[in-house]
Design a protein around this ligand. Structure first.
Ligand code: CA
Length: 638
């Protein structure tokens, strides 16, 4: 262990150089850099000036106890400083802040340590992710952040490595290869920490991936356990912590012959360590291929796709699961943030896990045993299931939902009523805040057969087209409910909306100053960060950054001043799919705001022109076919 911070050593060395003295370097005063452990994280509320872990605290509330910035003075909130990254790709990181130092990742899984007061970079680390790794997933080479623990900074790289860096100088301490580099795996999610371990999942649920979470010793990088979320060959156990539950519960929920190109259940976003029960929750993605009739002979729940799974933190041994979309066939990833709280429901104190997955239901799950406490739709217009049966905890799925022979339009669609964008819970208002997409839908168009081709967008249905090759374009349905997007405040106890504020926003942060901050990335407000009153939803502030703010901001304080901090940078799935709102290229940035900040951000660049200028005209059917070919062969990279 080091006895001085990198910064302090630099200061001593500089002083020696300047004065030419021979005094030996003095140990620096103050804590070791990034001296974060379980005991400290458990007391995160006692140091609101920091943002120690991805969700702000062990319960992942994304709530800051700082209250200097309020609805009354927020008109004075201005940029304090900004740091320009060296990539213009999408930025989705949640920064970590420890004792005046920010640790943040950028696109391509690069890591920066930044002085939280001045915005100056202290060190930088580039894991040199190979460019072709970008083709292994859908939604840009994003990184959702680092973890800081035991004096180290951990990053999961897009090509599947987990790297521990010395928090003092950014030098690598250990590297673990967490995936088969030949397979279609990526890491966009942030590592999580607890019980002396670092937990990391992966993505690839549209490419034949089979989900799993790996736990590594935080100090040595030794693999402690691995837990698969979908089954392998029943004749060849994995030698993993999940082997026992695969044999006792999971295999029996999958039908048809084993096929290495089926699976999914990727843990690509939320993982939470719960010290109340010494267990780790993993939130899993959709099944692959998408339609169950190609994946599992048209039957079975297919554990553990679209589920919350609890395992013992130290051993990875299965404890319980709750499956939100059994037999899922609609790209209903259940990877949204899991938020823990102690709630009194029907007069009874409950240890609750709250979840708002793509499928449109707000779940309260009992953390002791995974039993459903309550579930209600948090948006109107949900059609894939009519309700969740409280007696069985299972959805009542619409009879036509499985599109085995004809297309069906269902809500929510593949975009979800809410996807991964960070959500927040305020212990002050007792409300959950999230971006909600009401009446969103997808038309699921069956293919006659499924074949797996590595790297291709072959999901088992016609994707990104309005109709199949054998049918006429469907006529618009004037009676269809109009899609609506809004920031939603939800009372988890009564399962009712407290307020809604219209807008196409992204991740959120709640603060003790009665504020909810939200980034915007998808509409005319692209590039703004806004703030609403946490109790009423009234919008009280908005600022053009001017670049997409996709993830949730965080808050910290230095020298008695509260800051709001966000990464900005256009990219990710939403922006790639919406070129009409894309600006001319600009670098991603880290932007810090404070009351009476005086930094000037670069001007908003002009909107980008059309990606391709075409003067020829084509028959509508050719355009449609060209689009399908582009989706199949080109869209992965272009
Ligand atoms: Ca998915």
């Amino acid at each position: 262990m080091k006895t001085a911070t990198g910064l302090a050593l630099f200061t001593v060395a500089a002083a020696l150089g300047a004065c030419g003295t021979r005094n030996p370097p003095q140990p620096a005063a103050g804590p070791e850099p990034a001296a974060v452990d379980d005991a400290r994280i458990a007391q995160a509320a006692a140091e609101p000036q920091n943002w120690l872990v991805h969700g702000g605290n062990q319960q992942a509330h994304r709530y800051s106890g700082l209250d200097q910035i309020t609805p009354e003075n927020i008109s004075r909130l201005k940029p304090a400083w900004f740091l320009e990254f060296d990539t213009y790709r999408g930025q989705e990181a949640t920064p970590i802040v420890v004792d005046g130092v920010i640790y943040v990742t950028t696109a391509w899984s690069k890591v920066y340590a930044v002085d939280a007061k001045s915005g100056k970079a202290l060190w930088q680390y580039d894991p040199k992710v190979p460019g072709p790794a970008a083709a292994k997933n859908c939604c840009d080479v994003v990184s959702r952040g680092a973890a800081v623990y035991h004096g180290k900074v951990y990053v999961g790289t897009y090509d599947g490595r987990l790297i521990a860096l010395d928090a003092a100088d950014g030098q690598p301490v250990w590297t673990a290869q967490t995936v088969d580099p030949e397979a279609m795996y990526t890491i966009s999610g942030a590592p999580r920490v607890g019980a002396g371990l670092v937990f990391i999942g992966n993505g690839g649920g549209e490419f034949g991936g089979r989900g799993y979470v790996s736990a590594y010793d935080a100090d040595t990088g030794k693999l402690a356990w691995r837990f698969y979320t979908t089954p392998g060959d029943p004749a060849k156990p994995d030698g993993a912590a999940s082997d026992e539950v695969m044999a006792s519960k999971v295999q029996a929920t999958w039908f048809g012959p084993h096929d290495p190109a089926r699976g999914g259940g990727m843990v690509w976003n939320s993982i939470v360590f719960d010290p109340d029960f010494d267990q780790v929750y993993m939130a899993t993605g959709n099944g692959f291929p998408w339609p169950r009739h190609f994946r599992s002979a048209g039957k079975g729940d297919n554990l553990f796709i679209s589920s919350v799974v609890a395992v013992d933190a130290k051993t990875g041994k299965y404890k319980w699961h709750y499956q939100e979309s059994p037999g899922e066939s609609w790209d209903h990833d259940s990877v949204a943030d899991m938020i823990l709280a102690d709630l009194t429901i029907n007069g009874e104190a409950r240890k609750v896990l709250m979840h708002t997955p793509k499928n449109g239901f707000f779940y309260n799950i009992d953390r002791r045993d995974g039993k459903l406490i309550s579930a209600e739709p948090f948006v109107p217009g949900v059609t894939w299931a009519s309700r969740i049966d409280p007696a069985t905890g299972r959805p009542v799925v619409a009879p036509n939902a499985y599109y085995t022979d004809k297309p069906v339009r269902l809500s929510p669609g593949e975009g979800g009523a809410h996807s991964w964008q960070p959500t927040a819970f305020s212990p002050k208002t007792r409300l959950m805040y999230l971006q909600a997409n009401a009446n969103s839908s997808s038309r699921y168009i069956p293919r006659k057969e499924f074949r797996y081709v590595k790297g291709m967008d072959y999901l088992g249905l016609y994707h990104f087209v309005q109709h199949g090759p054998d049918e006429a374009p469907p006529k618009p349905d004037p009676s269809a409910p109009k899609p609506e997007t809004y920031l939603l405040a939800w009372d988890p106890v009564t399962q009712k909306a407290a307020w809604k504020s219209p807008g196409a926003g992204a991740g959120v942060l709640a603060t003790a100053g009665n504020l909810v901050f939200q980034g915007h990335s998808r509409d005319v407000q692209m590039g703004s960060l806004s703030a609403h009153r946490a109790d009423t939803g009234e919008q009280v502030w908005s600022f053009e950054t001017p670049n997409a703010v996709i993830t949730g901001p965080v808050s910290y304080a230095v020298d008695g001043e509260q800051y709001i901090l966000a990464t900005s940078g256009a990219g990710g799935g939403a922006i790639i799919a919406s070129p009409q709102v894309m600006r001319q290229r600009q670098m991603g940035r880290l932007v810090a705001f404070k009351l009476d900040g005086a930094a000037q951000l670069p001007a908003d660049p002009a909107p980008a022109g059309p990606m391709v200028q075409v003067t020829q005209t084509f028959a509508a059917a050719d355009v449609e076919r060209g689009k399908a070919l582009w989706v199949e062969f080109c869209a992965r990279c272009h």
